[in-house]
Ligand binder design. Structure first.
Ligand code: NAG
Ligand code: NAG
Ligand code: NAG
Ligand code: NAG
Ligand code: NAG
Ligand code: NAG
Length: 551
């Protein structure tokens, strides 16, 4: 072979190696979203299925994978999926909330494209509009650690999803109508574990099996509408290893309170008598306790599961103490090889404190929920699109709430609730909950340090009680009744991000807002351009596309 040809082949091989290394792998999914009849509580009802499945199929990804999901909406209503906990670096376009994108029209398809960049952990996706989440369309989203990055525990024998949630037998359209009429959706009818609950009459098939002596990872997420759930497994303890993307100090618990929207990964070892055991999820802080059950079977035996279910804890002080026991493992690797604790969030100066107080009010006979006196409504033109096209002033006003709540929280106005945050600033957000109901908030685009949760009202002196060392970094935080919670984060991800109540009723009736984070550079380094395929609606539909960022 001539020298030139050899050189050429070597160059070609080199280029191929670069191409292979240069781009992270792609995972492709095609999802058909349809109605279907399901009867998780023994009563037939209309569910939302993905590829015929309820709950929907899992996304099994690894840090930095590119995920491409082509979603065919075969419902008779607009549909939108959000990827709870996926940080969508530079890419709020794909976040799937009504403030960032248009819903997929019935009978059409849309392809989400996003990267699960520098993240690990257990997450879930769900439909973000019209009470759809109450009918299904949700599923697990796992992000495995890359091979070469050490994980602080041995590889489990297998991994099992535990998607739990309270459940209504009323259809999502009925629930939506109740809310549209300013009424409550009332109490749920049951609790599901992976879309079902065991009858306990001996006819139940096991959901999962465990080999004696082996250790399994259970990924637990609460995708419900209204209630915190306590999760436990008869006779077995739960060793907490991960929570919403953080490797935790590996404490052992009899049970975990999983607030709305939260996820945990735990290890469970099959070291008990070879019988069946119930996993149990039951509502917390409710007068009537609803319970969902599922069977786990040892492969070397199948004595029936005892009907003597382990008790749930009582009261929310227990839950508060459990929150305080969650600690970041400072020496464990993050999604990248550097240790989690190398990010010293406790030493960064706070540039701004935003205090958000929730309230509920009755406006002309209809309930609305609000944050700092404003009850959010989604305009027809997504906020992000309005901003990008330079027509924000025609769609919404920035900063109608201020960083402190108004004196009279019962005076509620109903309008889009959008605040600005300066790019790369370190901000403290206080959630204060003067109501008697537990709140749970999720922030898109970020994870934050949950530094304190305490009873009473917040004041600056309370900062001395913050955990500034090893609080876990997560995306959803609960606020107990008549209590407050403090979170801290750097707003380094440009985009339009939804801060929302995880309680379906509160969210639907306005307890949410958007945080606009703009990079002053208008650079591709900080934010991706509007994707070519982005759905357009509202007043931007026929406007000429703004020139894209080129550098
Ligand atoms: C989706 O499912 C429906 C109902 O089963 C079927 O009619 C339709 O052809 C499917 N669409 C796609 C794109 O698979
Ligand atoms: C998930 O992906 C990982 C990494 O590619 C693979 O090892 C594992 O078998 C997959 N699990 C399932 C259930 O597909
Ligand atoms: C709709 O699906 C078709 C067929 O898979 C695909 O070629 C097309 O790109 C999809 N359209 C959108 C907007 O995602
Ligand atoms: C924290 O992570 C390190 C490093 O992987 C591991 O050796 C250690 O056991 C973990 N500590 C706890 C308390 O979980
Ligand atoms: C933080 O603020 C303190 C007091 O104002 C100041 O001394 C210190 O230099 C600041 N630290 C940083 C990293 O800006
Ligand atoms: C918020 O951001 C918008 C869009 O860049 C800008 O026009 C407006 O002046 C900002 N408002 C404040 C109060 O910073």
């Amino acid at each position: 072979m001539g020298h030139g040809v050899t050189m050429f082949i070597m160059m070609l091989l080199g280029l191929m190696a670069v191409a292979v290394q240069g781009e992270d792998p792609y995972l492709y999914f095609t999802w058909n979203v349809t109605y279907g009849t399901i009867s998780p509580l023994g009563i037939s009802q209309q569910g939302i299925l993905i590829n015929g499945q309820f709950p929907g199929p899992e996304i099994n990804s690894t840090s930095n994978n590119n995920v491409v999901v082509n979603v065919f909406n075969n419902l008779d209503e607009p549909f939108l999926l959000t990827w709870s906990g996926v940080q969508q670096r530079k890419n709020s376009w794909q976040d799937g909330s009504l403030g960032t994108g248009c819903p997929i029209a019935p009978g059409t398809n849309y392809t989400y494209k996003f990267q699960v960049k520098d993240q690990i952990g257990s997450y879930f996706y769900y439909p973000s509009t019209r009470m759809h989440r109450s009918a299904g369309g949700f599923g697990g989203l796992r992000i495995n650690s890359r091979l070469l990055i050490p994980v602080p525990y041995a590889d489990p024998e297998d991994e099992y999803w535990v998607i739990i949630g309270d459940w209504y037998t009323k259809s999502h359209t009925t629930l939506k109508k109740l809310l549209d009429n300013g009424r409550s959706i009332g109490r749920p009818d049951g609790v599901l574990i992976n879309g079902k609950t065991a009858k306990g009459d001996g006819s139940d098939e096991p959901q999962y099996t465990m080999k004696p002596g082996k250790t399994y990872k259970y990924r637990i997420c609460n995708v419900g509408q209204k209630n915190t759930l306590n999760f436990r497994i008869q006779g077995h303890s739960l060793k907490l290893v991960e929570s919403e993307g953080s490797h935790t100090v590996q404490n052992v618990y009899d049970s975990l309170d999983v607030h709305l929207g939260q996820c945990f990964s735990v290890l469970v070892t099959a070291d008990k008598e070879p019988n069946d055991y119930y996993m149990v999820a039951s509502t917390r802080f409710t007068k009537t306790i609803l319970t969902g059950k599922g069977i786990i079977r040892y492969t070397n035996g199948k004595g029936p599961a005892s009907l003597n279910l382990p008790e749930a804890p009582v009261g929310w002080a227990w839950s508060l103490n459990q929150f305080r026991s969650f600690r970041w493992n400072l020496t464990a690797s993050a999604a990248r090889p550097n240790p989690q604790g190398s990010y010293h969030y406790g030493q960064i100066n706070i540039t701004r404190t935003i205090k958000l107080v929730n309230s509920v009010s009755n406006i002309q006979g209809k309930f609305r929920y609000a944050i700092n006196g404003v009850s959010h409504v989604d305009p027809e033109t997504p906020l992000k699109l309005a901003e990008y096209y330079g027509v924000a002033d025609k769609v919404f006003k920035y900063n109608i709430i201020s960083d402190a709540p108004p004196a009279n929280l019962n005076m509620i106005t109903v309008e889009p609730n959008v605040i600005n945050a300066t790019f790369r600033t370190f901000i403290e957000i206080i959630f204060e909950n003067p109501t008697k109901t537990l709140q749970s908030y999720n922030l898109g685009g970020y994870s934050f340090f949950a530094v304190a949760v305490e009873p009473g009202t917040w004041s600056p002196e309370k900062r001395k009680n913050y955990n500034l060392l090893d609080a876990i970094s997560r995306h959803t935080i609960q606020v107990f009744p008549k209590s407050w919670a403090a979170i801290m984060l750097t707003f380094d991800n440009a985009g339009m991000w939804n801060l929302r109540s995880e309680n379906a009723e509160n969210r639907y009736l306005g307890q949410q807002l958007y945080i606009s984070v703009l990079s002053p550079e208008h650079s591709l380094r900080d934010e991706y351009n509007l994707p070519e395929t982005q759905l357009l609606c509202g007043i931007v539909k026929d406007l000429p596309k703004p020139p894209p960022y080129s550098t």
